[in-house]
Design a protein around this ligand. Structure first.
Ligand SMILES: [Fe+2]
Length: 301
């Protein structure tokens, strides 16, 4: 099944916030973990969810980020201000990026574009994004025993160079961030392919994820796939990836290899005219630019 990411998924997982920006709360018997927390404007909603789930927001021990995009970790500075004991974990590069003023400014800019949508949640809370420490540099093979369930760390670059997937083997639950694309289209039955940092790495990461054979996939936004639909989604995503690459190649060919003009004509046709992509245009363009560059690099080698 494909289920909206809200509420509980079995005994161990509760969605914090809402399905647009889920912060997945893993309720171990001894320790508690949230996977992803973004955007910053959702901060008060994550705190409210922690209060609801545990009766005390301070029950959260860890927050892990799947990658360095503002809509997956933008609320971590806010959470760390509210929960000073909270330990943040991500791939090493994320901790470095989260100290850079230019990165923090871009995150703030992108989230402020959406402030109107979150006004009911954020009210007049101070949710500003600031430099934070990531105490845990996570890497392939790391394991966190939460009591009854374990969080395993897998490096899955390709969407970004710092992408991680988290996997709970006891319940075969996977948290891939955006390492295996994003459902899109009228019914979210298509896949928006997401190889922003490397096409080859992205395909290799998808193949690695498929081998885990998850039966629950808690997507970075909107959806949770279960059972056969989990496997089917991953397969569809793998198949969609070279198709998307070929689509970009066709725009690059038509533009005689000019990246910027391929980007403009593709955005016009695929985003404006089709109108099926839910993401803000500005983010879409940023992502597309990265992918057109990746495909141009492949063509050049
Ligand atoms: Fe992302």
């Amino acid at each position: 099944m494909k289920v909206q990411a809200d509420g509980d998924f079995g005994e161990w997982i509760t969605v914090g916030g809402n399905h647009f920006y889920p912060g997945y709360i893993i309720k171990g018997k001894e320790r508690h973990l949230m996977i992803d927390a973004g955007i910053n404007l959702m901060g008060p909603a994550y705190i409210a969810s922690l209060e609801k789930v545990f009766g005390d927001k301070n029950a959260l021990d860890y927050v892990f980020a799947t990658h360095s995009h503002f809509d997956h970790l933008g609320a971590i500075p806010y959470l760390k201000r509210k929960l000073p004991h909270l330990k943040a974990g991500a791939f090493k590069r994320v901790g470095t990026l989260m100290k850079k003023k230019s990165v923090l400014d871009l995150m703030t800019y992108l989230s402020e574009l959406q402030r109107g949508f979150f006004q009911n949640i954020v009210g007049d809370e101070d949710v500003h994004i600031e430099a934070v420490d990531f105490e845990l540099n996570l890497k392939e093979g790391d394991r966190f025993d939460l009591g009854g369930v374990t969080c395993e760390v897998y490096e899955v670059p390709g969407h970004t160079g710092d992408s991680l997937a988290f996997y709970i083997p006891e319940i075969r639950a996977l948290f891939p961030g955006e390492a295996c694309g994003i459902p899109e289209g009228d019914k979210d039955d298509d896949v928006q392919v997401e190889f922003l940092s490397s096409y080859d790495d992205y395909v290799a990461s998808l193949e690695k994820i498929i081998k885990l054979r998850p039966k629950l996939i808690c997507m970075g936004h909107m959806w949770v796939f279960t059972d056969d639909d989990a496997a089917e989604f991953l397969q569809r995503s793998l198949e969609a990836t070279p198709v998307y690459r070929k689509l970009i190649e066709s725009y690059l060919d038509a533009a005689n290899g000019d990246i910027d003009s391929a980007l403009q004509s593709m955005a016009k046709k695929e985003y404006d005219e089709k109108g099926t992509i839910g993401q803000p245009r500005e983010s879409y363009i940023e992502n597309l630019k990265a992918q057109v560059r990746q495909v141009a690099l492949i063509a050049a080698r």
